[in-house]
Design a protein around this ligand. Structure first.
Ligand SMILES: Cc1ncc(COP(=O)(O)O)c(C=O)c1O
Length: 414
């Protein structure tokens, strides 16, 4: 076998990583059509409404509401539950910071529970162990597109009378037991930010089957206007302007036409990589799980055995990058380790500050799997790598095999 690229050998990957986003005249024409219509905001146009109807249908939900970001979607979902100041919401620490920041910005307390090693999503047993009389909701993240165990989490929520807000930012079209993610909890929240599987630059979309909650969500995103009220200047409740523009919606509409084919393509490539990784010493895919009927693979999560390699994870990742593979350690800093959370001072959100556990050690003691994945074994490929054709996937597999086989040389790459 040729030398490692990090030591001057030829890179395993010769093709370029697929580009993202994918677009053509469809998107350009849709944008021009909005420009020409003169209706650029959703109060005048109907593009956003049409996209919402389509997304609701795709996710098998009664309602979908477009907003200006994924974090806004999560925050409004919490506010729609009418939480008292300082209500507790259970979420993972192994996630993008927005999951927990949305909780704080709803003046609620984020309480961290651990993740399962098999899915990297919330572990229902850990969730149950941190429930108190102040808990109102569980916020699972379908990490990287992997559906969380909604049977187990649903059972805990039902037993304790809690809502479930699904953070489905990574999981457009993922399914759990053939049911759409976003339709399994009380409210589903999707990000449409530039890196996401469904993308309009910035944006979010909320799904629910609960018509009363939808009415509250709609008012919250539209300066407190009640849906269906023809008056522009009647404001029944507090709210803000979190509306999506017609430009963003036009792009979502086009990208929706591509989503299905792209999702199946990534899913098939993900399964190919799983089969390959199972046979490459030092790397391990997430295991097959009963119930995981479709993983949208926003990220391809896997683990690295640093004992096998005899070097830290980052050295292995550096060698893979030198081979031309785009990869990273995943969320290497847990939410409770970020400066924004270690002080426990959330400024004006005093409901969130009171009762927040700021001690990193105390949080770590509750989250040993998150700690292991974040700091030692976790790794991922971005979803663009899974958009590759068969030969691109062959090259990724070849790179993994090469780095595994030549592991004894890694120590000198330090
Ligand atoms: C898990 C998760 N939740 C929430 C968000 C927030 O989405 P947005 O960036 O659209 O606000 C993201 C975005 O990266 C995310 O990855």
């Amino acid at each position: 076998m040729e030398q490692l690229a990090v030591l001057g050998g030829p890179a395993a990957r010769t093709s370029a990583s697929p580009e993202w986003p994918i677009f053509d005249d469809l998107e350009k024409d849709a944008l021009i059509s909005v420009v020409s219509s003169g209706e650029w905001g959703r109060l005048g146009g109907d593009v956003t409404q049409k996209v919402e109807a389509e997304f609701a249908k795709l996710t098998t939900c009664k309602h979908a509401l477009a907003v200006n970001s994924g974090q806004t979607a999560l925050r409004l979902a919490i506010l729609a539950l009418n939480p008292p100041a300082g209500a507790e919401i259970i979420c993972p620490a192994y996630t993008f910071i927005a999951t927990a920041m949305a909780i704080v910005e709803a003046n609620c307390v984020p309480v961290f529970a651990d993740i399962e090693r098999s899915s990297l999503c919330l572990d229902a047993r850990s969730v149950e162990s941190v429930i108190t009389e102040r808990t109102i909701a569980i916020m699972p993240v379908h990490l990287g597109g992997v559906p969380a165990d909604m049977d187990a989490l649903g059972a805990v929520a039902e037993k304790h009378g809690l809502a479930i807000i699904e953070d489905a930012s990574h999981a457009h079209l993922s399914t759990w037991r053939n049911k759409q993610i976003g339709a399994l909890g009380t409210i589903g929240c999707f990000s449409l930010q530039a890196s996401k599987n469904l993308n309009c630059g910035e944006g979010g979309i909320i799904t629910t089957n609960d018509t009363a909650l939808y009415a509250r969500l709609s008012a919250l995103q539209n300066n407190g206007r009640i849906p269906g009220d023809p008056s522009r200047y009647r404001h029944a409740v507090l709210g803000g302007n979190y509306r999506m523009t017609e430009f963003q919606a036009a792009i979502v509409g086009c990208q929706l036409q591509r989503l299905d084919v792209q999702t199946v393509h990534r899913f098939e490539n993900g399964k190919r990589l799983n089969a390959a990784l199972s046979g490459i010493p030092g790397f391990a895919p997430l295991p097959d799980r009963d119930g995981e009927t479709l993983n949208a693979y926003h990220l391809y999560c896997f683990s690295i055995d640093d004992t096998f390699f005899g070097v830290p994870r980052d050295t292995v990742l550096g060698a893979l990058r030198a081979e031309g593979i785009s990869c990273g350690p995943g969320y290497a800093t847990l939410v409770y380790e970020h400066d924004a959370f270690t002080t426990g001072d959330f400024g004006p959100y005093s409901g969130a500050s009171n009762g927040y556990t700021k001690s990193v050690e105390a949080n770590r003691a509750k989250c040993p799997v998150s700690d292991l994945v974040a700091h030692r074994v976790g790794a991922w490929l971005p979803m663009t790598e899974l958009m590759a054709d068969a030969s691109g996937i062959d090259e990724i597999i070849h790179a993994l095999e090469k780095v595994s086989h030549l592991r004894n040389y890694l120590a000198s790459t330090g």
